[in-house]
Design a protein around this ligand. Structure first.
Ligand code: GTP
Length: 602
């Protein structure tokens, strides 16, 4: 098609403001799916997405639409709707020229609306402000229009009103996509150059890529190369995604297509696919490098499943380029991996996908955030080549005497809350070591608060706590604010004087006594009584901050059974033997394996 009649756009919104429902309506109007297939949510392909009702992977749908007797190709690039997946959002918008910004006409502007608006602005995308759910009796379009004016300076006259559910106003919205969003600016008569915005793995065809073509054309059978490599490949698969694949022979600049070069053809997100005569590879779309916000140890439930889990993780990591995977091992849990995630939901979704799509069961340790340190006299500590080191596991921390400075990751948190909860939200943020930034009114009932918060205080349960203290009315979103100096310290756990390395944590000095008490108390609860008395100590640099004692006890599981029932007795002994296998032994103290998994979780 003529580039002038291509529109590449995305729908961005706060969670639950109706993105998937609108996508379904657009697919219906353009004839992709039959009207009336309610809740079809065609773009939400993964099982996880259907179950949780959240969009995880960015996918695309190429739609045909006739406007003023002219055929248009509308590429709807779906974006995930959750803070954790901000990186995928950035990637998807890199192929767009405009966005439909949906705002629930009842709920109004929410924290994530602020985030997606600034993302669109930063990427110079045209924004079509659209109120959704105007069919709801409590919808108040005028109120929300004035919020949009106050918060983003959006002219109320440019705001559209729709009901994605009922289909009201959706035709007008499609026309606005054509008249307001500019066509892609690309060169058709140039060398072929495409940017990879997504990849997934196909059993038979190898890596398949979602690509945005910047310039030139591509054909089945054409010889191409990756910007990252020198090997030549042949284009084997080309298709439009509608969103089902529709094979095509050729595609040109401005289009968003599926491309594959066969099982050995490779392809990864952020790379470029080029014609072999293409020397100029400049003006690549820069995708912000992935920042891993949360790390967790991932281990097979049983070491015999190591190979299977390893395979599954490899495949999933290819599809989910936002995870980082490095081998890890622990005396308690065996051989495994340290995996970096964008956030807690990302971590959840990753494990769920491992199980559902790859039938691999994994054990996850408590999540932690990365820290940074500046090493004193780096020449002495040979394993650290640079001066500044990112620490993803407390055990990597060198001796405190060799650390010149500690840094922890901070975020800017945006909270939109009804005014009556300002007090409660403020206390929560202060309690989580937050520093307030200027606040802004959204309207006479809602306020936008912003805080600089330590990521470690946010990742665990901040969002849940915020929701519960505001009866679910406040919304939250955060963006990375980088590493900042902070008084941190490594806290170790000793059992009868012996260090249990898996239980070391990095804590803020103001939290030291609280964490020391909490951890020792929890360990006392989780470690069963032993033949000998066990002292549980939380220590920092030789100083004990908390101590608990587990009294000695001779454990005899059959003691309760007097005489008789031999089978029952045998069964109990067998269970006990199996239980023992799942123990880690430290200084003759048997610790159940799940202690290592659960004790650091909140
Ligand atoms: P994420 O993928 O998690 O970001 O959610 P989403 O933005 O895709 O929201 P979704 O389309 O799943 O809609 C959320 C809820 O709002 C669903 O229960 C929809 O049925 C409902 N909904 C969406 N549009 C409308 C509408 O126009 N009117 C009414 N009454 N309900 C709607």
């Amino acid at each position: 098609p003529d580039v002038k009649r291509i529109r590449n756009f995305s729908i961005v919104a706060h969670v639950d403001h109706g993105k998937s429902t609108l996508a379904d309506r657009l697919l219906e109007i353009t004839g992709v799916i039959k009207p009336g297939t309610e809740h079809a949510q065609v773009l939400d392909q993964l099982q996880v997405e259907r179950e949780r009702g959240i969009t995880v992977k960015a996918v695309t749908a190429s739609l045909n639409y006739t406007h003023n007797n002219e055929q248009y190709l509308l590429n709807l690039i779906d974006t995930p709707g959750h803070v954790d997946f901000a990186n995928e959002v950035v990637r998807s918008v890199s192929a767009c020229q405009g966005v439909i910004m949906l705002v629930d006409a009842n709920e109004g502007v929410q924290a994530q609306t602020v985030a997606v608006h600034s993302l669109a602005k930063r990427n110079n995308l045209l924004i079509i402000p659209t109120l959704n759910k105007v069919d709801l009796p409590r919808a108040n379009p005028d109120k929300v229009k004035s919020q949009l004016k106050t918060v983003f300076d959006i002219d109320p006259a440019t705001v559209l009103s729709i009901s994605a559910k009922k289909g009201w106003g959706v035709e007008e919205l499609l026309q606005a996509v054509i008249t307001r969003i500019p066509p892609p600016i690309v060169k058709l008569d140039d060398h072929f150059k495409a940017h990879i915005i997504d990849t997934w793995h196909d059993k038979y065809r190898g890596v398949l890529c979602l690509a945005y073509i910047h310039s030139g054309k591509v054909r089945i059978g054409q010889t191409v190369k990756w910007r990252s490599g020198s090997k030549q490949h042949t284009v084997k698969f080309l298709a439009l995604l509608r969103p089902q694949e529709e094979p095509i022979e050729e595609a040109g600049a401005g289009q968003v297509i599926m491309v594959g070069c066969g099982p050995k053809g490779g392809g990864s997100v952020g790379d470029q696919l080029l014609s072999i005569d293409c020397a100029d590879t400049g003006d690549a779309i820069t995708v912000a490098p992935v920042r891993h916000m949360v790390y967790a140890g991932v281990f097979p439930a049983d070491q015999s499943q190591h190979t299977q889990l390893s395979d599954a993780i490899k495949k999933l990591a290819l599809n989910d380029s936002a995870v980082s995977v490095t081998p890890d091992s622990s005396p308690a849990l065996g051989q495994g991996w340290r995996v970096g995630f964008l956030g807690l939901l990302h971590l959840d979704v990753f494990t769920q996908r491992l199980l559902q799509e790859y039938k691999a069961e994994a054990i996850l340790t408590a999540p932690s955030v990365p820290y940074k340190i500046k090493v004193k006299g780096s020449k002495i500590i040979k394993q650290y080549k640079g001066e500044e080191v990112i620490i993803t596991n407390p055990l990597q921390l060198p001796d405190a005497n060799n650390i010149a400075e500690y840094y922890e990751p901070l975020v800017i948190g945006t909270i939109i809350t009804p005014v009556e909860y300002i007090g409660a939200v403020t206390s929560l943020c202060i309690d989580r070591r937050g520093t307030p930034l200027p606040s802004n009114a959204v309207d006479d009932r809602m306020t936008m608060l912003q805080y600089i918060l330590p990521l470690s205080e946010v990742v665990v349960d901040f969002h849940d706590t915020l929701k519960s203290i505001t009866s679910g009315f406040a919304s939250f979103d955060y963006q990375d604010y980088g590493f900042h100096p902070s008084p941190l310290i490594r806290m170790d756990i000793l059992l009868n004087g012996v260090l249990v390395e898996e239980l070391s944590t990095i804590v803020h000095v103001s939290r030291l006594e609280y964490n020391a008490r909490r951890l020792t108390e929890k360990l006392k609860e989780m470690i069963p009584r032993q033949m000998v008395q066990v002292a549980v100590q939380a220590v920092v640099g030789g100083k004990v901050y908390a101590r608990e004692t587990i009294k000695a006890y001779r454990k005899d599981v059959t003691a309760k059974l007097y005489g008789g029932d031999v089978t029952r007795r045998k069964k109990l002994l067998k269970q006990q033997a199996e239980g023992k296998k799942k123990m880690r032994s430290v200084a003759n103290i048997k610790i159940p394996r799940n202690t290592f998994i659960d004790v650091l979780k909140k």
